[in-house]
Design a protein around this ligand. Structure first.
Ligand SMILES: [Zn+2]
Length: 320
């Protein structure tokens, strides 16, 4: 299944299973999703909270396991003297408008720039919510993401215009966005999709990982190239006390990203074994158990685990 049908199928299957995922979410995972002690939460809604992660930098941590899908993906706000960047178009127009309003309250101005890390619906669907504020918001994304977003999201004239006038991020080398006294690196990567972008700051040391990193929630492999995913996650790690804002789940430290990599590694071992022994992905997923040290990973949808095995099969035995 490709294109629009796949998009609708995917969106519906996520929505359909969200109630189930919420009901079966273990207590531990619920705790893992709560704001950590000492976090400076500046705004909170049923669908998300906004945490200060440094001077002029805020992380949007979405909480879709509450059943409220206004934002779904994480995002953020980065303020400079001459511009304000928001990260992710989010799932709905209302969600993006909410983040735009938060940016205005916190920084005194409406967002001037938007970066979408990749084309999936929860990262681009709502981007029209940033239009209609004061001033123009320039959207940044790669050409590959723009083309897929244009093809896969339901038609909307405001979003279509934002995408067709977007500034295209170089897919081959990092670019710097100067917000006035604050330089932000946009780094092209891949693995979650064929074209992902991370947004990186040195001071404070913060990396917005897009969906290359998930924390306390099992990732969606729908477009993943699993070996490239692990390689690119390792490549985005930096020395020092960096805050990693995952695409989904609570704000992460390096130790959380290491645990995520261990988890991806366990899936890899099981998937390679299944492919070598000719076991169907659905059966391999059913038999699979994480080791006890790996912690709990909430499933956004029961389809996500077999999908991970299927992604490995695509890579290891294409056409097999
Ligand atoms: Zn996402």
């Amino acid at each position: 299944m490709t294109g629009r049908r796949a998009f609708i199928h995917d969106a519906l299957s996520c929505a359909g299973h969200i109630a189930l995922a919420t009901a079966t979410l273990p207590l531990l995972s619920r705790r893992a999703w709560a704001a950590p002690r000492g976090a400076r939460v500046v705004a909170e809604e049923p669908f998300a909270r906004l945490e200060a992660v440094g001077d002029g930098v805020w992380a949007l941590v979405s909480t879709p396991l509450s059943g409220d899908m206004t934002t779904v993906a994480n995002g953020g706000i980065i303020a400079g003297r001459s511009g304000v960047l928001v990260i992710e178009g989010l799932m709905t127009v209302a969600g993006a408008r909410w983040l735009g309003e938060q940016a205005r309250q916190l920084t005194g101005r409406w967002p001037t720039h938007l970066v979408c890390t990749h084309y999936h619906s929860d990262h681009v669907n709502g981007l029209a919510g940033y239009a209609g504020g004061e001033g123009h918001v320039l959207t940044h994304l790669t050409a590959a993401s723009r083309d897929l977003a244009t093809r896969n999201t339901p038609p909307d004239p405001v979003r279509a215009s934002a995408l067709s006038t977007a500034s295209l991020i170089d897919p081959a080398a990092p670019t710097t966005l100067d917000l006035g006294g604050r330089r932000v690196r946009l780094v092209p990567r891949l693995g979650h999709t064929a074209s992902d972008v991370t947004i990186e700051l040195d001071d404070p040391a913060v990396t917005f990982c897009g969906d290359l990193v998930w924390n306390a929630m099992f990732p969606n492999y729908v477009d993943a190239r699993p070996s490239a995913l692990a390689t690119n996650v390792r490549a985005l790690l930096r020395p020092g006390a960096v805050r990693y804002i995952p695409g989904h789940g609570p704000v992460a430290a390096a130790s959380d990203v290491a645990r995520y990599l261990d988890m991806l590694g366990e899936v890899e071992v099981a998937a390679r074994d299944a492919v070598a022994r000719g076991i169907a992905s659905a059966d391999a997923a059913k038999a699979f158990k994480f080791s006890s040290g790996i912690g709990e990973w909430a499933m956004f949808s029961p389809a996500f685990l077999p999908r991970a095995f299927e992604a490995w099969k695509r890579e290891l035995a294409p056409g097999g």
